[in-house]
Ligand binder design. Structure first.
Ligand SMILES: [Zn+2]
Ligand SMILES: [Zn+2]
Length: 404
């Protein structure tokens, strides 16, 4: 921590003016760990505001490279950065803005790049996303891990900021319209989506809309970090702004009882297990935790895994298991005859799955710090995989585990 942060009375201190706000505690910001999902137009503005405010740790996740068409909306990108990973460039450039902040890039698809257990290491999550699938994943991960998240969306001069606080507020899925659900259901009938198909399409956006919305998002993030000191809350609400007319209003989203995204896991109590432990051993662990025979326990995974590809002519291929979100359309084709192969997709493992019992979570490609759930008729017990990411967002329990 810099001297500027420890001496609030210093009128020349970097954070002096914001520290004059009665409820503001700069130390809270300095201690906060925030995940920014998406490093595009919104993501650049989110990171810029977090950096200036002095949020201690900012992790930026994005799977894309920089294109020329990004340059009009992204303060951290230069034309010489074309072709480089967005997450890495944002983190490098933001470090120059404020040396007090630690920036950590995660290059990958949010749907599998960050294990669910790692979400518990964040104080909150900010969404700078452009598609429904990534929003739904982020929403469900935040609910399971019990982490508030602030979503931002822009189209033209329209913007919306939504604040979701598990377990009690409305969630992102609660805000989805019937049309959203129809589009999503239509998409889910196709197992393998190309990157192009996953995106909702290129929407018209401007850097100014991104500034407005991301500014509001970070303001909400700072308020969430001080929620116990504030009289108001935006939980379960949206702020909609029309940049053309400057009409703006608050939407109070009703919490939908039938919503499928309200599952919460008690991950802080989860036992940390080796990522290379076999599913037979995991089932034994689950059976012991439940006090039941092995056959009465099922291990639920957080991901769909393709365990076999079968050609109608050439039979089962010798492919390694792969997460459904990592598989490409091309990988589903037979390497001999190019016929479309049948996918054997699993979401759980029980004692009848003889083909998987000697494999481990690592063999299936499940990410470090991912969660596994041992389910029986008597309830659920959660496990967290060890071997956390090198960027060391670790739960207190993982640190204890390593110290033993
Ligand atoms: Zn919901
Ligand atoms: Zn074939």
């Amino acid at each position: 921590m810099s001297a500027a942060q420890t001496e609030p009375g210093d009128e020349n201190g970097r954070y002096h003016r914001q520290s004059l706000i009665s409820w503001w505690e700069q130390d809270r910001l300095a201690a906060a760990r925030v995940l920014v999902v998406g490093a595009g137009a919104l993501g650049n503005e989110l990171v810029k505001n977090l950096a200036l405010a002095g949020v201690g740790t900012v992790v930026v996740a994005d799977m894309d490279t920089i294109e020329n068409s990004n340059l009009s909306r992204c303060v951290f990108f230069r034309s010489s950065d074309e072709g480089r990973m967005k997450a890495e460039v944002v983190c490098e450039a933001a470090a120059g803005l404020n040396p007090d902040v630690e920036f950590i890039p995660v290059v990958g698809d949010i749907r599998h790049a960050i294990g669910l257990g790692s979400f518990t290491g964040f104080d909150l999550v900010l969404g700078g996303l452009d598609n429904r699938e990534a929003r739904l994943h982020t929403n469900q991960a935040c609910w399971k891990a019990g982490i508030p998240w602030v979503d931002g969306a822009i189209e033209g001069l329209m913007g919306v900021v939504r604040v979701f606080t598990p377990p009690d507020s409305a969630c992102y899925e609660c805000t989805m319209s019937e049309r959203d659900h129809e589009l999503l259901a239509a998409r889910r009938t196709c197992a393998l989506l190309t990157r192009e198909e996953m995106l909702d399409g290129k929407v018209p956006t401007t850097g100014t809309s991104a500034s407005v919305v991301a500014g509001m998002q970070v303001q909400e993030a700072i308020k969430l970090l001080h929620q116990d000191r504030l009289p108001t809350s935006m939980a379960g609400k949206g702020f909609v702004v029309n940049g053309m007319t400057h009409d703006s209003y608050i939407v109070d989203y009703p919490r939908q009882d039938a919503c499928m995204s309200h599952d919460t896991y008690a991950l802080s109590q989860a036992e940390v297990v080796p990522r290379d432990e076999t599913f037979r051993e995991l089932l034994e662990r689950g059976a012991a935790a439940h006090g039941l025979p092995l056959a009465d326990v099922t291990i639920d995974l957080e991901h769909d895994v393709i365990v076999a590809f079968t050609c109608p002519v050439h039979g089962r291929g010798d492919d390694e298991p792969v997460l459904l979100t990592k598989a490409t359309v091309g990988s589903a084709l037979c390497p001999v005859c190019s016929a479309e192969r049948a996918l054997d997709v699993r979401h759980s493992v029980s004692s009848v799955d003889a083909d998987l019992l000697n494999l481990s979570a690592a063999d299936l490609g499940l990410p470090p710090a991912d969660a596994l759930t041992a389910r029986s008729l008597s309830g659920r017990v959660h496990f967290m995989l060890d071997d956390p990411h090198p960027w060391q967002i670790v739960d207190a329990q993982l640190v204890e585990e390593e110290a033993r």
